[in-house]
Design a protein around this ligand. Structure first.
Ligand SMILES: NC(=O)c1ccc[n+]([C@@H]2O[C@H](COP(=O)([O-])OP(=O)(O)OC[C@H]3O[C@@H](n4cnc5c(N)ncnc54)[C@H](O)[C@@H]3O)[C@@H](O)[C@H]2O)c1
Length: 430
C-alpha cells in the first residue's frame, strides 16, 4: 500500500480508479474537507500520487494535490475491498467497448466482486464511469442477488455520470449540473449528500435516464463533428472549399450551424456511442457516424497523395499526437492512426507534440526537410504565424501542409506552405 496517510479510520468516500476522472474527483473531495480513500491497482500511479506528482495534466490539479498532500486527507490503497472503509464508494474505472460493439464492463464486474463480501448496510455504491443503459440496475440487482440487501433502503446504488471535459475539472465540478440516477427509494437522496460537497446543482432522475443523458451528450458531439468531416470529403470530390461552404451555411443563418472539421476522436467519443449501438433501434446509424470520423486520417493521406504522388521514402511531419488541443491525452487519438497509415505507405514519418509524455522530436527536427506536414492536433503552439513561418523555413521548399483544423485561418485543408504564408491573416482564428 502506497500511503499519504496511513490511518485506517473510516473515511467519508472511497474512489476506485484514480485515472483522469477518479484522481481529480478524489482530490476535490479531500480538498473540500472529506476524508478520502483512493484505490488504484497501478503501482506507478499510486507511487506518483504518494510522491505528490500528478501523473497527467489537469488544470489546477497539481496545486490541489499539493494541498491535499499537506492536509493528509487522502489514503491510498491498491485493493478494491479497501474501499469499504468509506461510507460512499465511487467507481471511476474504465469502461471500454468490445469490438463486438458492446460495453466491456469487466473492470466494474471485478471491482463489484471484490466489494460484495465487504458491503454493509449504510454503504452507497456510485457508478461515475460511463456505462451502457441498464448497467446501474444490473449492479443493484447483482448486489441484491448476492447479498440480499434492499437497494435504496439498506445499501444505496446510483449512477452519477462524469460529464466534465478534460482540463476544466476544477471549473466544472462546481457549475455543471450533477445528474444522479438512484435505484429505489433513497439512493438518489443519499448520494446527493456526497455531491453536496460541490456547489453544482443536483438533478435527480432515474438510473437509465442518467445513463442515456451521459452517452447521448457524447453521441451528439460525435455526430456534430462527423457532419463537417463528411462535408470536407464531399467538398474534395466536387473541388469545393469546405471552409467557404461552412461559412455559407452559417453566415447570418438563424437556425443553428455546422461545426468545423477536424480529427474527431478520444476515448469517450470513440466508444460511448457503442453503448447505444449495442441495442439500437436503428442499428448501424451511429456506426456510420464513427466510420466517417475514423476515415478522416485516410482522407487526408489520400488527399496528399493526389497532390504529390506516392509518399514512399518522402519525409512527412506529423504535428500533434494528442486527441485534442492543448491536452497530453493520446488515448484513441487519430494522430496515431494517421501515423500508422503513413508508415504503411513507407513514408519517413517524424512527429512533434509539445504536450504528450511520449517522447517526440523537437518542432525543428520534425519539420526538417518534410515534403508534407500534417497538423494532427490543433495545439495552440501550432496556431500562430510563428509556427507557419517555421514550417516555411524548416520544411522542404513548397512543402504541402494538410490542416483540417484551419489553424492559420487560411481556409485550405491542403495548401502549399508558400501559399499559406501569403494567405495568412494578421490574426489567427480564435
Ligand atoms: N477521461 C475523461 O475525460 C472522461 C470523461 C467522462 C467520463 N469518463 C469515463 O470515466 C471512466 C474512467 O475514465 P478515465 O479516463 O478516468 O480512465 P483511466 O483509464 O484514466 O482510469 C482508470 C483507472 O483505474 C485503474 N484501474 C483499472 N483497473 C483497476 C482495478 N481492478 N482496481 C483498481 N484500479 C483499477 C487504472 O490503473 C486507472 O488509473 C470511464 O468510464 C470513462 O468512459 C471519462
Amino acid at each position: 500500500m502506497a500511503s499519504m496517510n496511513t490511518s485506517h479510520s473510516t473515511a467519508d468516500v472511497a474512489v476506485v480508479g484514480l485515472g483522469r476522472v477518479g484522481l481529480p474527483l478524489a482530490l476535490s473531495f479531500a480538498d473540500r474537507g472529506l476524508t478520502v480513500i483512493g484505490i488504484d491497482n497501478d503501482p506507478a500511479r499510486l507511487g506518483a500520487i504518494a510522491d505528490g506528482r500528478m501523473p497527467f495534466a489537469e488544470t489546477g490539479a497539481q496545486e490541489m494535490l499539493d494541498r491535499v498532500h499537506a492536509g493528509g486527507a487522502l489514503t491510498l490503497g491498491d485493493a478494491v475491498a479497501g474501499a469499504a472503509g468509506a461510507r460512499h464508494i465511487v467507481i471511476t474505472l474504465g469502461t471500454p467497448s468490445f469490438s463486438h460493439i458492446e460495453i466491456d464492463m469487466r473492470d466494474i464486474r471485478s471491482a463489484l466482486d471484490d466489494l460484495l463480501g465487504v458491503l454493509r448496510p449504510g454503504h452507497s455504491l456510485i457508478l461515475r464511469s460511463t456505462i451502457a443503459p441498464g448497467t446501474t440496475e444490473f449492479v443493484a440487482g447483482y448486489v441484491a442477488k448476492h447479498r440480499g440487501f434492499e437497494i435504496g433502503e439498506e445499501v444505496f446504488v446510483a449512477h452519477a455520470p462524469e460529464r466534465i471535459a478534460a482540463g476544466r475539472f476544477l471549473e466544472e465540478i462546481d457549475t455543471l449540473p450533477c445528474i444522479i440516477g438512484g435505484v429505489g427509494e433513497r439512493s438518489g437522496e443519499v448520494v446527493a449528500e456526497l455531491f453536496a460537497a460541490f456547489s453544482a446543482p443536483i438533478v435527480q432522475t432515474t438510473p437509465v435516464q442518467a445513463e442515456l443523458a451521459k452517452i447521448w451528450a457524447n453521441i451528439l458531439r460525435y455526430t456534430h463533428f462527423a457532419l463537417p468531416n463528411l462535408l470536407m470529403m464531399d467538398c474534395e470530390r466536387y473541388a469545393a472549399n469546405v471552409f467557404e461552404v461552412i461559412d455559407l451555411i452559417n453566415r447570418d443563418y438563424p437556425r443553428g450551424g455546422i461545426a468545423q472539421p477536424g480529427l474527431t476522436a478520444g476515448t469517450c467519443l470513440r466508444k460511448d456511442f457503442t453503448f447505444s449501438e449495442e441495442r439500437s433501434a436503428a442499428p448501424g446509424m451511429l456506426l456510420a457516424v464513427s466510420r466517417v470520423n475514423e476515415s478522416v486520417p485516410l482522407f487526408l493521406l489520400e488527399g496528399a497523395k493526389r497532390r504529390l504522388g506516392e509518399l514512399a521514402n518522402r519525409r512527412v511531419a506529423v504535428l500533434g499526437l494528442a486527441f485534442k488541443a492543448d491536452t497530453d491525452d493520446e488515448r484513441d487519438s487519430l494522430a496515431h492512426k494517421l501515423i500508422r497509415l503513413l508508415e504503411r505507405e513507407l513514408a519517413d514519418v517524424s512527429v512533434h507534440d509539445p504536450h504528450v509524455s511520449t517522447p517526440t522530436l523537437s518542432f525543428e527536427q520534425a519539420l526538417a526537410g518534410a515534403e508534407v506536414v500534417f497538423v494532427a492536433s490543433n495545439h495552440s503552439e501550432f496556431r500562430g504565424a510563428g509556427a507557419l513561418a517555421a514550417i516555411a523555413d524548416g520544411a522542404a521548399p513548397d512543402c504541402l501542409v494538410v490542416d483540417p483544423w484551419n489553424c492559420w485561418g487560411a481556409s485550405q485543408v491542403f495548401a502549399y506552405a508558400s501559399e499559406l504564408i501569403v494567405l495568412m491573416p494578421t490574426q489567427p482564428p480564435a
